[in-house]
Design a protein around this ligand. Structure first.
Ligand code: HEC
Length: 169
């Protein structure tokens, strides 16, 4: 009787060990790494900074040498970019991203080819977790600023300041 109880105990210990092992490996392969809100905010800020989004989407950022508080980031720029495609404006991303869910933003970022000089391939090639953090960061900043001027087709002259690319209008 003692012997049986002991073997049962050993079997139980072995099983729970196996279960522990299985749950560990399971977690390693499928569970996403848990990150704090602060980490997501910080990475979203870092990705935005490193991908150069402010260079075009934040008025005055380039002139300030990148020395601008995050509260002013991504509110758009009224500087037109004129070329064979017409005239485009770097939109207000604070308004745009605050109107989209994370899934909608990732879908848009991964599947849209915007007009020049928007480097759409940066968003296509960015990891989904980084795109998600970027969305988290901009959403945490909240909506701000105004809508930028609308796209103008070739042949229509812009009202405000613009940069002209060669190649006809
Ligand atoms: C060289 C300038 C430039 C840079 C750098 C740039 N953009 Fe843009 N972006 C533009 C312009 C111009 C447009 C408008 C394009 C159009 O109308 O098709 C635009 C459009 C967009 C749009 C579409 C907005 C809308 O209202 O539909 C998104 C989203 C966007 N940019 C995100 C980003 C992000 C995120 C980054 C950083 C990874 C970035 N852009 C970097 C110039 C730029």
């Amino acid at each position: 009787m003692k012997f049986i109880a002991l073997s049962l105990l050993i079997v139980a210990a072995a099983l729970s060990g196996a279960a522990f092992f299985v749950s560990c490996t399971h977690e390693k392969t499928t569970a996403p790494v848990e990150r704090t809100e602060q980490e997501r905010f910080a990475n979203g800020e870092y990705m935005t900074r490193m991908a150069g989004c402010n260079d075009c989407h934040t008025a005055g950022y380039t002139e300030a040498g990148g020395d601008m508080p995050v509260e002013k980031w991504l509110t758009g720029s009224p500087l037109g970019w004129r070329g064979p495609w017409g005239t485009t404006y770097a939109s207000n991303l604070r308004l745009l991203m605050n109107s989209l869910t994370e899934e909608e933003w990732i879908h848009l970022a991964k599947n849209t080819k915007w007009m020049p000089p928007m480097p759409w391939w940066i968003l296509r090639d960015m990891k989904e977790s980084d795109l998600a953090d970027m969305h988290y960061f901009v959403k945490a900043l909240g909506p701000a600023g105004e809508l930028m001027p609308k796209y103008l087709p070739p042949g229509e002259a812009p009202q405000g300041p613009y940069v002209e690319f060669p190649g006809g209008n």
